[in-house]
Design a protein around this ligand. Structure first.
Ligand SMILES: [Fe+2]
Length: 401
């Protein structure tokens, strides 16, 4: 009887996790999006996390809920599944209705894609979007992608929401070829928290809690070959997580090679692995000795490094280090800043003016956007895009007076 009840509960929960719009951006876990809900700063800030990624290279993406004087403000949209909306209704009953939804990035596709659906879920909320929105492959105006013009304002150009408790700090704009990179960070004074989208990350050394709901990506990447079974152990989860962090940071880390097709097929389709969860035993990766050290260097020795994500540094800011430093300089003077809440990875993490000064010092003195070690693939990609004229050599040119 208990088993039957738990099966029914699981089925109910699964129907609450459906996301019908997933074909618009077909990322893992596709049409089923389990959500983790957490309170980050008591009575002030809450977080919803869902996995999003390509080919099991999935990392948590966060929607942040902020208490403002007239209710709740949502920052960085996520697919509004029934499960997510149910939890939000509970928060609304305690802290007031959702009055504002903010899309603070111009380029982060994984954040933009669910803005229309989230806007429809809260028809009375005011919408604010980062200037310079663009879509790919066709550049469509915001109203055509489903962001209602009547209740939408553009950050900076038409002011900012909730200035009584928030300070807004733009990073960019930069011309990145296909469109613009810009994000507008929010410093929420009552909680001393800085909300960013992709600009800064702090990578967990242990697998994020969200993977408790679905450890499959970790187990898949913890293996050495396609005929290794997906075994669920704490060691496998940790190993898989460190590899995922390397993938997401460098796309093709130094210690990863791609085996020949013959080798991949030799280990594919083995008994027990002929199922979609195991990708039928197709595992086109081979990790070389030393990958653990790469992961340690990325994450940090004692406490997680707060850093610009390598992929952002090398592909968005390779020729604009000063723009990033100017932004950090503005953060340094935010009165009372104490926490960083990014749309990815660990949150909240301590982020004080002293830490910001150290980060500025580190970035100023170290090599930026290099072509060494783990950075080699990103470097080659940037150079190719530059050579073909897909990215401009001067990303600031269109924005100069
Ligand atoms: Fe992002």
């Amino acid at each position: 009887m208990d088993n039957q009840r738990s099966l029914i509960q699981k089925k109910d929960l699964s129907s609450e996790q459906k996301w019908p719009w997933w074909p618009l951006l077909p990322l893992y876990p596709y049409g089923n999006r389990p959500t983790l809900f957490r309170e980050l700063i008591p009575g002030q800030i809450w977080s919803f996390e869902q996995l999003q990624g390509l080919y099991y290279v999935a990392v948590p993406v966060r929607l942040t809920v902020v208490k403002v004087s007239s209710g709740l403000m949502l920052v960085n949209p996520l697919p509004p599944t029934t499960e997510l909306l149910r939890k939000l209704t509970e928060l609304e009953s305690k802290y007031g209705s959702v009055c504002t939804i903010v899309l603070p990035t111009a380029s982060g596709l994984e954040h933009k894609i669910s803005m229309p659906a989230l806007a429809r879920a809260f028809p009375k909320a005011n919408l604010w979007i980062c200037p310079g929105q663009w879509t790919f492959p066709l550049n469509l105006p915001s109203e055509l992608v489903g962001i209602p013009r009547k209740r939408t304002k553009t950050l900076s150009e038409e002011g900012f929401p909730h200035m009584e408790c928030c300070t807004w700090i733009p990073l960019g704009p930069l011309d990145i070829g296909l469109g613009r990179f810009q994000e507008i960070s929010c410093f929420h004074k009552p909680s001393n928290s800085l909300l960013v989208t992709d600009a800064l990350v702090s990578i967990n050394s242990e697998p994020p809690e969200l993977f408790e709901l679905d450890p499959s990506p970790l187990l898949f990447h913890s293996r050495e070959r396609g005929d290794d079974p997906l075994e669920d152990t704490p060691e496998a989860r940790k190993k898989g997580w460190l590899r995922l962090a390397l993938f997401a940071s460098f796309l093709k880390p130094e210690k990863l090679s791609i085996p020949s097709i013959n080798k991949i097929l030799l280990h594919a389709f083995k008994p027990g692995l002929r199922n979609p969860r195991s990708h039928f035993g197709v595992f086109p990766f081979s990790w070389q000795e030393g990958w653990e050290q790469s992961a340690k260097d990325l994450i940090g020795a004692r406490q997680p490094n707060i850093q610009i994500a390598p992929v952002i540094e090398r592909l968005v800011f390779p020729r604009s280090k000063d723009v990033f430093l100017d932004w950090l300089d503005q953060l340094k003077s935010l009165n009372g800043i104490r926490w960083l809440i990014s749309a990815h990875y660990k949150a909240p993490v301590t982020f004080t003016p002293r830490q910001i000064k150290l980060l500025i010092k580190k970035i100023s003195s170290e090599a930026w956007a290099t072509d060494k070690g783990n950075w080699r693939f990103l470097d080659a990609l940037d150079k190719t895009l530059l050579k073909r004229g897909i990215v401009p050599s001067d990303p600031l040119a269109p924005f100069k007076d």
